[in-house]
Write a protein that binds this ligand. Structure first.
Ligand code: HEM
Length: 205
């Protein structure tokens, strides 16, 4: 109950982009190729949400505030939701729901295959992001959820391979991702936290 207003604020902040773009698409304000614009924006938002989700534990350790961990699962699920919409947009607007074209894309564009692998990883994380799975899987749950790092690597590869043009933008995401990964490396992660972080983390899980 303690973090309800904060959780709600995060919920509406994460919902807002998709509502705005839906409206822009409705009033034909997304330019000449709205389908591609939507697919790109949804993909970039999914990647941003993945990085934001990964930033929650370091932020909690740095500040000692439990609110970061209180929204971590929600943010992970938003990442999954945006990735799902990204793929639905690709299937509808870029493929025209042509299944044969999907097979051609898989064969011709390896970055699509890499994206599909990343999505499979995200799917397994989303499926087990509930109290029941945490209890049921025990220690294996933590190990499974470390999958988030290979997933991030696959998404970055998918982006680099698919959209070779804007290397600067890709580098920004890659550097942020590498920084977040470095903070979780054994040896580094324990050194810089303050206050009752371990306790708070236990309570939020
Ligand atoms: C079956 C899985 C996937 C398919 C078929 C797919 C499809 C695509 C396509 C076609 C593009 C390029 C669009 C263009 O031509 O500009 C793209 C770009 C991108 N995708 Fe995916 N994707 C998949 C999974 C994912 C996942 C899981 C994520 C993130 C969590 C993601 C994030 C991105 C990003 C960040 C871009 C670059 C967008 C940009 O730079 O504008 N994709 N994807």
């Amino acid at each position: 109950m303690r973090y309800v207003p904060w959780r709600l604020a995060v919920f509406f902040a994460a919902l807002q982009p998709v509502v705005l773009w839906g409206y822009q698409a409705w009033i034909l304000a997304l330019g000449g190729d709205p389908g591609k614009v939507l697919v790109d924006r949804l993909g970039l938002t999914a990647l941003s949400l993945l990085l934001i989700t990964l930033a929650m534990t370091p932020l909690q350790r740095l500040t000692g505030w439990g609110g970061w961990l209180a929204v971590r699962r929600q943010l992970g699920l938003w990442c999954f939701a945006y990735a799902s919409l990204h793929i639905a947009g690709y299937a509808i607007f870029l493929l025209g729901l042509d299944l044969q074209q999907l097979l051609v894309d898989f064969a011709k564009r390896p970055y699509i295959f890499v994206g599909a692998l990343a999505f499979l990883g995200l799917f397994s994380l989303a499926l087990t992001s509930n109290r029941f799975s945490v209890r049921r899987l025990g220690r294996r749950w933590k190990r499974l959820h470390r999958l988030i790092y290979p997933v991030l690597g696959l998404v970055l590869l998918h982006m680099l391979w698919g959209v070779r043009a804007d290397l600067g933008e890709w580098l920004l995401y890659a550097v942020l991702g590498a920084g977040l990964l470095a903070l979780r490396l054994p040896g580094l992660s324990g050194r810089w936290h303050f206050g009752a972080s371990a306790d708070a983390e236990k309570k939020m899980q």
